[in-house]
Design a protein around this ligand. Structure first.
Ligand SMILES: [Zn+2]
Length: 185
């Protein structure tokens, strides 16, 4: 399952096939546009150079946390003061919201810019850590992919970002490796 913060982290894209191809999609205007639209955020696209710098630092920070949590670290190693600082950059108003038919209490930022987007991303990460299960944060088992995702399956055993892509690819690789080792015997 994609969440706001995992979608943000995964802008650091790696080809799941063995090509070694890598792309930083965060810098792409098309990615920024898609991101703010999908998550109903407000920020002017393209982000400025200094905004991109902050976005890159935030992505690195959350990526490091995701890897640590996926490897079994506890939430104690999170620097909450640092996350609080990012969330404190933009004040919000509370608002009853029924725009898409789902009644909810919304926190609407007073300003719509990349600082408010970053505050939203951090707030979504904090929500996962505090209200959801940190042991469900996963990094795709395909070493070429390394997609970050939240495992919302009942069995809690999801190893790949997508069964159709990485799952199948790894199945084929295991099969070939097995066949290769049998041949060499
Ligand atoms: Zn994957």
């Amino acid at each position: 399952m994609d969440t706001l913060w995992t979608d943000f982290i995964n802008s650091d894209w790696h080809d799941f096939r063995e090509s070694g191809k890598h792309e930083d999609r965060l810098v792409l205007t098309s990615w920024q546009q898609r991101f703010v639209e999908d998550w109903k955020l407000t920020a002017s696209v393209p982000a400025s150079t200094s905004e991109l710098q902050s976005l890159h630092s935030l992505r690195k920070l959350l990526h490091d946390y995701a890897i640590a949590l996926a490897n079994g670290s506890s939430a104690d190693q999170i620097n909450w003061d640092q996350l609080n600082k990012i969330m404190a950059q933009v004040p919000v108003i509370r608002q009853w919201n029924n725009s898409d038919g789902s009644r909810q209490l919304a926190y609407v930022p007073l300003t719509g810019d990349w600082n408010s987007v970053m505050a939203d991303i951090v707030s979504d990460f904090v929500h996962t850590v505090l209200d959801q299960d940190i042991h469900r944060i996963r990094i795709c088992d395909n070493p070429d992919c390394r997609w970050v995702f939240y495992d919302d399956t009942r069995s809690r055993t999801k190893r790949y970002c997508e069964d159709k892509t990485c799952g199948n690819l790894m199945k084929v690789r295991r099969f070939r490796a097995k066949k290769g080792s049998q041949k060499s015997k």
